[in-house]
Design a protein. Structure first.
Lengths: 265, 217, 217
C-alpha cells in the first residue's frame, strides 16, 4: 500500500538515473517544460510564437548540455523535432509534400500546449470546488430501524480487480519457481565421470555413465551438456579419451591408457 | 413554490434574513450530526443572543407534516423519519457485508475464467475452495451455475449473471480489464511472462462447445 | 406556517393528498439514506405510475434555499447540507487524502475527455502516466473502467463515477466547470480542430492579418 500512498503525494520516479536536472526543476516532460517556457513569453497562449518558443527550448537544452547534465531521451527527441520545426518555419515551404507544413506543425504544438493548460486549469477548478466532506455533508444519522434485515453484499469493482491482480501476481511468482530447473553442475559431472569410469580403459558410450539422469527428461539436457563439458576438460588434462564415428553418433569415452601407464609407472 | 420560512415568525426582533439564516444553520447541524444534539451544543455554534429553543420549535412545526420530523429526544433534538413512513425504510436497514478475501478471489476467477468448474477454480487459487465460499457467491446473485463441462464426472460450470454486470457497472464481461490493463493501471506489480495474458473473458450468455445445458441431466 | 406542499403542484391528475404523501415518502427515503439513491430505487418503493422525477425536481426547488439541499447526482439524488454552511460543520470534516498534481491532472482529463484511454491521457499530458496514478484514482472510487474503444487493441476506456459527481458537488458531467467553453474551443478533441489558428511564427515572410506595414519612418 505504500506505493499507492506515495502516489498521493507525487508520482514516484521510476529510476534514480532518470532524475535529471530538468526534472528536478519540477518539469514533467518536454511538453511541461515547453508550457512553462510559453508562459514566460507572458502572452495569451493562443498568441505565443512557436518559433520563439522553439528557440527558447533549444537554448535551454543546450545550456543543460553545457553543464554536462544528463538529459532524458524524450527531451532530446523534442529538441530535434523543434530544430526541424524551426527550419520548416524559417524556410519557405517546398513543393507540397506528404507531411504537414511547418505552420500546421506549429499549430498542432500550440494546440497541445493550450489543451494541457486547459486541463491544468480544470484540475485546479475541481480542487477549488466545495467538496463533500469538507464544505457540505451527508446525513450524520442515516436511519436503519432493525428488524427484518436483508443483507446486501458490498463489493466495489476496485476490490474485484485488486483481488484478481493479486491472485495472478502470486501465480507469476510460482511460475518463476517452476522455471528454476535443476542443473547438473560441471563439478558434479566431472566427479561422476571420474568415479564411474574409474580405471576402465574400454570404450563405453558416454550415456552409459548418465543413465540415472537420462531417465528423467528434465535432466537429460543439462546432464549431457555438463558431462560433455567436463569430459572435454578431462581430455585436455590428459585423463580421458573421447571418440565419435560420425556427426551426431554416440560419443565414446575411456580412461586414457597413457595416464594409466603413467600411474602404474 | 411557497417558502417554508416566509412568514409566521415569532422572533420579531430579528431581520427576516437573520432569522432565515439561523433556521438554515440549525437544519444543517441537525442533519449532519451523528447523534441527537442538545440545545446547548446548538447554541454554542449560533451567534450570541439567538434563542435556540424558539427556533427549534418553529422548525419542529414546519416539519410536523413532512416525511421527516424534528423530534425532541430528552433534552436533545434530531431529525427522524415520520413514524407513519417507517415501512419505506425496510430496505434501508440493509446491512452491507463485505465479501471475504477468498470469496472475492473466487468471484474474480469466475468472472475472468468463466465458464469454470470448481476444480479449475481451486487450481487457479492453489487452495481448495470451501463449500461456503461458493454458497455465499450464489447467494449474492452474482454467480450462477451455467451448465456442465463435457468431461469425466460432468462437473458443473459457473459463470456470472447480469446482476454481476449491473453491480460492477460493466456493460459486458469483455469490459473487464485484462492483465495488461491491470498492469497499466498500477494494480498489478508482477512482471507478466510473455504469453501469459488473461484468458479471454467469454460472454456470460450462451454455452461453450464443451458445455452441456443444466437441464440435460 | 405555510406548507411546502400547499400549492404549486404540476401533478394535477392526482389528489392533493396523494401528491403530498408521495412527496413525504421521497423525503423520508432520501433523508434516511446517507448514500445517493437512484430514481429507479425510489420509484420501486412508490405506488405504481408515480412520476418520480417530477416530484424530485419539486422537492429540489422547495429545499433550494434551505440549510439542507436536495442534490441531483447523475441518476441519483441525495440530501446534502448547503455548502455555504460548511463552516458550522468542521467537526464532521473527513480527512481528505491529498491527490498529487499528476493525479489531479489525470482526473481532470478523465472527467473532461471521457471516455478516454490511457494512451489518450498520456497524449494530453505529454508524459507516460506513472504506475499507480490510475490505481489511486480507481481506489478513490471516482474513476472506473467504462468499456473498450473500438480501435486496434481494443484499449480500455475510463470515465468518472457517481461518487465523483457527489464528491465534487456536480449534478452531471455537463456541469463540470468550463466544459462548454472547452468544447467550443475544440480543446476536448483528440486532434486539432479545423480553424484552430496557427500562431504567428516570428520572422516568417509577409504580413499577417493583424499586422500593419512599417510605413516610412
Amino acid at each position: 500500500m505504500s506505493v499507492a500512498a506515495d502516489a498521493f503525494e507525487e508520482d514516484t520516479p521510476v529510476d534514480e538515473a532518470e532524475v535529471l536536472l530538468v526534472d528536478v526543476d519540477g518539469f514533467e516532460g518536454p511538453l511541461d517544460l515547453l508550457l512553462a517556457l510559453a508562459r514566460s513569453q507572458k502572452v495569451d497562449l493562443t498568441k505565443i510564437s512557436v518559433l520563439a518558443l522553439a528557440e527558447q527550448y533549444l537554448v535551454f537544452i543546450d545550456h543543460a548540455r553545457k553543464l554536462h547534465l544528463q538529459i532524458a531521451a524524450d527531451y532530446l527527441v523534442m529538441a530535434a523535432w523543434l530544430a526541424y520545426l524551426k527550419s520548416r518555419l524559417l524556410l519557405p515551404d517546398p513543393e507540397p509534400m506528404e507531411e504537414p507544413s511547418g505552420e500546421e506543425m506549429a499549430a498542432r504544438l500550440a494546440f497541445r500546449l493550450k489543451r494541457l493548460q486547459a486541463m491544468r486549469d480544470a484540475a485546479e477548478k475541481l480542487s477549488d470546488r466545495d467538496k463533500l466532506g469538507s464544505s457540505f455533508f451527508e446525513r450524520g444519522m442515516p436511519e436503519a430501524i432493525a428488524s427484518d434485515r436483508t443483507m446486501r453484499w458490498g463489493a466495489e469493482l476496485y476490490d474485484l480487480l485488486q483481488s484478481y491482480s493479486a491472485l495472478r501476481a502470486r501465480q507469476f511468482a510460482s511460475f518463476v519457481k517452476v522455471k528454476k530447473r535443476k542443473v547438473i553442475g560441471l563439478q558434479e559431472a566431472r566427479d561422476r565421470l571420474m568415479r564411474l569410469i574409474g580405471d576402465d580403459a574400454t570404450w563405453m558410450p558416454m550415456d552409459t555413465y548418465l543413465t540415472e539422469f537420462l531417465a528423467k527428461p528434465e535432466l537429460r539436457a543439462t546432464a549431457r551438456a555438463s558431462a560433455l563439458s567436463a569430459s572435454l576438460e578431462l581430455v585436455r588434462e590428459g585423463k580421458l579419451e573421447l571418440t565419435q564415428s560420425s556427426n551426431f553418433a554416440p560419443l565414446y569415452v575411456r580412461r586414457r591408457s597413457a595416464s594409466l601407464e603413467a600411474k602404474r609407472a | 413554490m411557497p417558502d417554508l420560512f416566509a412568514s409566521g415568525s415569532n422572533v420579531t426582533s430579528l431581520s427576516p434574513e437573520d432569522r432565515r439564516l439561523h433556521l438554515r444553520m440549525l437544519e444543517a447541524m441537525l442533519f449532519a450530526s451523528a447523534k441527537p444534539m442538545s440545545e446547548a451544543e446548538l447554541a454554542a455554534k449560533m451567534p450570541e443572543g439567538v434563542t435556540v429553543d424558539v427556533l427549534l420549535h418553529e422548525l419542529q412545526t414546519a416539519y410536523a407534516s413532512r416525511g421527516v420530523n424534528l423530534r425532541r429526544i430528552g433534552d436533545c433534538w434530531a431529525f427522524r423519519t415520520a413514524s407513519d413512513l417507517g415501512f419505506l425504510l425496510q430496505e434501508h436497514k440493509v446491512e452491507e457485508r463485505k465479501l471475504s478475501r477468498a470469496a472475492m478471489e473466487t468471484l474474480a476467477i469466475i468472472a475472468y475464467h468463466q465458464p469454470v468448474t470448481r476444480a479449475e477454480i481451486e487450481e487457479v487459487r492453489g487452495v481448495s475452495t470451501s463449500k461456503g465460499t461458493l454458497d455465499v457467491l450464489l447467494e449474492t446473485g452474482w454467480v450462477r451455475p451455467r451448465g456442465r463441462r463435457r468431461s469425466p464426472g460432468r462437473p458443473l460450470t459457473f459463470g456470472t449473471t447480469n446482476e454481476f454486470l449491473d453491480h460492477f457497472g460493466l456493460a459486458a464481461i469483455g469490459d473487464l480489464p485484462g492483465l495488461l490493463d491491470l498492469k497499466a493501471a498500477g494494480l498489478l506489480n508482477a512482471n507478466i511472462p510473455p504469453g501469459f495474458e488473461a484468458p479471454p473473458a467469454f460472454g456470460s450468455e450462451g454455452l461453450r462447445d464443451d458445455e452441456d445445458p443444466l437441464d440435460g441431466d
